[in-house]
Write a protein that binds this ligand. Structure first.
Ligand code: AP5
Ligand code: MG
Ligand code: ZN
Length: 219
């Protein structure tokens, strides 16, 4: 059980969101992005969003208690029964332990952790040139993955914008936070034997081919 209980792990800009879109359409599992959920809460000025905002703008992690709560709630939705794709969660050891405990409680466990690895300088260029759809959150890039029409989403026609945390200074802090708090999760999941390392420094199609091979055929 839990073969399609998937995690997309990797530094900021590795291509988690880009590849998640492929996985959810081929495997039919819901895309659960804590970054997207938090940005939504900020936009709607919910109490949680108002608390999360300052951490996100600085490129720091939102406190574990907040993020663990939203993921646990989300995993109770019926659409996760056959699996899910977590993007941007877990990001700390306590988050990983909370996830293991929640899944263990329903007889499931993490099926695969796809770790997308990319060289640090490439990440800065990717993030500072990124544009996101306001409506469907699809990521584009001004030079590496340009939309057909400038600032318009190919997928839904929505308007593209630049994320508040994609300035160079904030990107550097996010990369540091990743190294200190999130990278150790690769070793944590290696102990469970579920990590697939993928070379993220190639075209999106080639990256996805490696991911598909790692996950295996859809059910
Ligand atoms: P989150 O939204 O998760 O951001 P992130 O982890 O920093 O990752 P990104 O979304 O920036 O990158 P990505 O890997 O999705 O790359 P993408 O596909 O867009 O989190 C944001 C903030 O929310 C955090 O800083 C934190 O404050 C908070 N937060 C979220 N989750 C949390 C948690 N669990 N705990 C605590 N706090 C949390 O691609 C990037 C760019 O590269 C795009 O322009 C894309 O077009 C381009 N690109 C993609 N693939 C390729 C390729 N193969 N070649 C060339 N370009 C490519
Ligand atoms: Mg993302
Ligand atoms: Zn869109």
């Amino acid at each position: 059980m839990g073969q399609f209980d998937l995690i997309m792990l990797g530094p900021p800009g590795a291509g988690k969101g880009t590849q998640a879109a492929n996985v959810v359409s081929d495997y039919g599992v819901p895309h659960i992005s804590t970054g997207d959920m938090l940005r939504d809460a900020v936009k709607n000025q919910t109490p949680m969003g108002m608390e999360a905002k300052r951490y996100m703008e600085a490129g720091d992690l939102v406190p574990d208690s907040v993020v663990i709560g939203i993921v646990k709630d989300r995993l109770q939705q019926p659409d996760t029964a056959k699996g899910f794709l977590l993007d941007g969660f877990p990001r700390t050891i306590p988050q990983a332990e909370a996830l293991d405990a929640a899944l263990g409680g329903i007889g499931r466990s993490v099926g695969k952790v796809v770790a997308i690895l990319v060289d640090e300088e490439a990440l800065v260029a990717r993030l500072t040139g990124r544009r996101i759809c306001r409506t469907c959150q699809a990521p584009f890039h001004v030079s590496f993955n340009p939309p057909k029409t400038v600032d318009v989403c190919d997928r839904c026609g929505g308007e593209l914008y630049q994320r508040a945390d994609d300035s160079e200074a904030t990107v550097r802090n996010r990369l540091e936070v990743y190294r200190a708090q999130t990278e150790p999760l690769i070793e944590y999941y290696d102990k469970q034997g579920v990590v697939a390392r993928v070379d993220g420094d190639q075209s999106p199609d080639k990256v996805y081919a490696e991911i598909k091979a790692a996950i295996g055929p859809a059910a």
